[in-house]
Design a protein around this ligand. Structure first.
Ligand SMILES: [Zn+2]
Length: 236
């Protein structure tokens, strides 16, 4: 057996045997891995709180031939306040689910954005959908879809009226629109642009109209489905 330490966040867990948990963690070093936590379902278990979703810490693992066993966890933050607010909880769970569905490999930029998103969701007074929308924009960016542009992605003309082309995941002009396009209002485009240029740390200072953020979030959810064939969990 060899020991390894990883910085990771718990995405989900499931019960196995009488007192054990199989925990899915997303780690900075190894990407998504399943680790087993022994005897953590008892009230007095040492690692009890480390198995919970949102738990972020340094996990000490023993690698066996078949799996990883957790032998210790230094908890950095369990983002407890996210679980006290139903809207934040759903948004946080949806963010964890996105990472679970789209990325198995180590992806340090995504890991950093994930931690930033959860911190802001937990500690900053940001409005509903701001965090997850910003996170989805980051995810599309990391997939290579930098669609917030003043130019049509197909012909390069300066955009007036804008359409979102779900087939290619980019914004196009009226001349390039196809049957798979939907119009984007100027309000929605402004919201997407502001979210894309605002860092997570400054999200609390951003004021968006509620119609704008709802329209933007719907577009991002639909684009997420087109890009990954997954739906956003629980939210709306
Ligand atoms: Zn065009």
């Amino acid at each position: 057996m060899s020991s390894i330490k990883v910085k990771a966040i718990v995405l989900n867990n499931k019960s196995v045997k009488e007192k054990d948990k199989l925990v899915c963690i997303y780690s900075l070093e190894l990407g998504k891995i399943y680790v087993s936590m022994k005897g953590v379902r008892g009230d007095k278990a040492k690692l009890k709180s480390a198995k919970e979703i949102f738990c972020f810490g340094e996990f000490l693992l023993e690698q066996t031939k078949t799996n990883f066993i957790v032998t210790g966890v230094d908890i950095i933050d369990n983002f407890y306040d996210i679980t006290k607010d139903i809207d934040k909880y759903y948004e946080g769970c949806a963010i964890l689910d996105i990472v679970d569905k789209i990325e198995n490999q180590s992806n340090p930029p995504l890991f950093i954005e994930l931690i930033k998103a959860l911190k802001v969701l937990c500690y900053d007074n940001v409005k509903k959908y701001y965090c997850i929308s910003k996170f989805l924009l980051d995810v599309f960016n990391s997939m290579g879809y930098k669609f917030i542009s003043e130019k049509c992605s197909s012909c390069g003309c300066i955009l007036g009226k804008k359409y979102f082309n779900y087939d290619i995941g980019e914004i196009v002009c009226p001349a390039c629109k196809t049957a798979l396009c939907e119009p984007i209002s100027d309000l929605c485009f402004t919201v997407l642009k502001l979210l894309s240029i605002t860092e997570f740390d400054n999200l609390k200072n951003l004021k968006l109209t509620s119609e704008g953020i709802i329209e933007a979030f719907r577009l991002l959810c639909k684009n997420y489905y087109w890009r990954t064939e997954n739906r956003i969990l629980n939210v709306i």
